[in-house]
Write a protein that binds this ligand. Structure first.
Ligand code: PNS
Length: 168
């Protein structure tokens, strides 16, 4: 049976324009993209799970074919529970490859029926990561053009607010 949906998992702390680009590319191939936000307090994310989910929901508010959910536990279990057998991951550069290769093969050994699809973001975003965005924002640099404007605003508030951005 051909797949009509795919799951796009990640930490999204915060979502960047590179992630947005991959979600839009995913929609060119799949009817439905489920963005799965990892709930992992051990990673001490800058944004809470609720904030990360909400930010992505707001960005894709006009696209009902994008669903955003938080998850914990094994990704393959969550994918199955969502009724999909395709995992999308973005590949920016060769440096991503080793980690992604390990994850894809681990997921395959856990769930042979689930396939990982790699998609390349626009070259404009090939240097972009949530880590760098957090670092630049934490040091007072501009992140305009790197993240959606709503996310840039939230980052500025974190820098100024009582919960200051922690530089990774
Ligand atoms: O954006 P990230 O941090 O690179 O995303 C990593 C993510 C969420 C895809 C990965 O950590 C994950 O799938 N975690 C869930 C736990 C799991 O299934 N682990 C085994 C597969 S390697």
């Amino acid at each position: 049976m051909p797949e009509t949906s795919a799951i796009y998992p990640g930490s999204f702390d915060p979502i960047t324009n590179g992630h947005v680009d991959i979600i839009n590319r995913g929609l060119n191939v799949f009817e439905r993209v489920i963005v799965a936000v990892l709930e992992n307090p051990k990673k001490r994310p800058l944004f809470t799970t609720k904030e990360r989910v909400r930010m992505i929901q707001d960005i894709f508010a006009s696209k009902k074919e994008v669903e955003v959910r938080a998850f914990d536990g094994l990704l393959v279990d969550f994918a199955r529970a969502q009724g999909t057998r395709v995992v999308i991951r973005g590949l920016r550069a060769i440096s991503d490859f080793e980690y992604e290769f390990q994850m894809a093969l681990m997921n395959r050994s856990l769930a042979p029926d689930i396939e990982t699809f790699f998609m390349m973001p626009s070259v404009n975003y090939s240097f972009l990561s949530s880590n760098l965005v957090r670092e630049v924002a934490g040091l007072g640099g501009s992140v305009e053009g790197l993240v959606p404007s709503s996310v840039a605003r939230k980052l500025r508030n974190k820098v100024r607010g009582p919960h200051k951005v922690q530089i990774p």
